[in-house]
Design a protein around this ligand. Structure first.
Ligand SMILES: CC(C)(COP(=O)(O)OP(=O)(O)OC[C@H]1O[C@@H](n2cnc3c(N)ncnc32)[C@H](O)[C@@H]1OP(=O)(O)O)[C@@H](O)C(=O)NCCC(=O)NCCS
Length: 181
């Protein structure tokens, strides 16, 4: 954390819209996290460890949050034990009023609008009550589903960032998508 940068706190009240709610990760999520992260698409396009073990899940649940990171579980608003996916802020700077945002949807909840709705909900809060002015997300050129999710959630396609992300020791070109307040 940069000296003098305030930590990002959990949304209060917790974020909820329609059938979805966002909450902190809990110990009870470990099993579904392991199941979701065993999915080859999640493994390919995110930085989750491969193979993803129960110990990885416990570590993520206990230590994923930091002063500059707000990882949230996307769950059913009716039954918060039903986990559908993940959305989170990273590299948050409340002083520079910017952050990065990332997401995945568990294989059992795909193609129902979960990623788009979760991305919109967290982005609206971050660019609203949290006070940020700019959110960036990075998508590989071949991940067209994710690019459409970003555009439907109000993000504008920007530059190709050469070797923009590192996943498991390899760097990948990524497209930057940005949403401004
Ligand atoms: C990319 C990813 C996050 C999309 O998650 P998702 O929750 O399935 O996304 P959505 O449901 O919002 O949109 C996906 C598709 O379902 C469609 N859809 C949404 N609601 C629907 C519904 N009710 N019925 C049928 N289709 C629907 C969308 O139109 C979209 O179709 P398209 O690909 O033709 O544009 C998911 O595939 C994933 O987790 N991939 C691996 C990790 C990853 O790539 N993360 C992003 C890194 S940048």
């Amino acid at each position: 954390m940069l000296i003098g940068t305030p930590p990002v706190e959990l949304p209060q009240p917790p974020l909820e819209r329609g059938p979805l709610a966002l909450r902190e990760w809990e110990e009870g999520d470990a099993k579904s996290l392991v199941e979701a992260c065993a999915d080859p698409l999640t493994a390919r396009y995110t930085s989750v460890p491969i193979p993803y073990t129960p110990e990885d899940a416990r570590r993520f649940i206990s230590f994923g949050r930091s002063p500059t990171a707000l990882p949230l579980a996307v769950v059913s608003a009716e039954d918060a034990s039903r986990m559908f996916g993940a959305v989170g802020l990273h590299a948050v700077s409340l002083t520079r009023r910017r952050a990065e945002i990332g997401y995945w949807t568990a294989p059992w909840a795909r193609s129902q609008g979960v990623a788009q709705a979760a991305l919109e909900l967290l982005s609206d809060w971050a660019l609203g009550p949290l006070g940020l002015e700019r959110l960036d997300l990075y998508v590989e050129p071949e991940n067209e589903t994710s690019q459409r999710v970003a555009e439907r959630a109000g993000y504008k396609r920007g530059a190709l960032v050469r070797s923009g992300i590192a996943l498991r020791g390899r760097r990948y070109d990524v497209l930057r998508f940005t949403r401004l307040r």
